[in-house]
Design a protein around this ligand. Sequence first.
Ligand code: PAF
Length: 280
Amino acid sequence: MKISGSIKETRDQVKEWKNQGLSVALVPTMGYLHDGHKSLMERARKENDKVVVSIFVNPMQFGPGEDYDSYPRDLERDAGLCEEAGVDWIFHPEVEEMYGPNFCGYVDMHTLPEKLCGASRPVHFRGVQTVVSKLFHIIPAQRAYFGQKDAQQLAIIRRMVIDLDFDIEIVGCPIVREADGLAKSSRNTYLSAEERAQAVILNQSLEVAMALIEGGETDAGKVKAAITEKLNTCSAARIDYVEIVSFDNIQPIQKVEGAVLIAIAVYIGTTRLIDNRIIL
Ligand code: PAF
């Protein structure tokens, strides 16, 4: 396994593999890898000849006052996990390599980024689309693997790939959870022991929603009310949003039917966590 910070070297290597007829996978990450990332790398390993993992904490997707500076970073540990998962190449550029001195371009769309996380993080998805577009150009892989925990991100990237004709297949992979149901996230490390115990309320509130829906409830308002009621039983939880939207365009729906995303964002103490259920 090689670690490279160079766009040119990485692009040349990927081109060479493709010229040899090998299939290449990309797993884009911001590092501080956990079992969620591991599941993406393992799936990529199974389905492709070569696996590239990008590790880049992308400043463009953090707004003012967000956790860009404090976002956890540990390249040595990440490299060990990548090696174990059979990764062939880590692309780990400096910020200056990705965003040169006169950088002023970006990729954006309307509608899908406006609700959910986009409402409280207005520049976030523009930064994600820009860096993911750059990664797709630098690493022209056949497939890219993304976790369903960031469901709005996944929907936006799928839309971007269709709208802008990127020649890449987007593979969405299931959320990986701790034994008590908390979705794995690099940001879980911000939680104190007490907050960590309380954070399980996110998954529990979604379980309540799923039980209602499985029992035949289709009124999105009633399902949202049940999630909110459950979250409010936890004194440490402060709701950012509870939304039920169409998974295709991330717009609110009244009736639970078709491809549906139930998404929540909740502060536990000062840590903002997200979780969801996708019904297809
Ligand atoms: O999901 C993430 O870790 C990031 O948003 C991504 C896709 C790597 C872009 O920086």
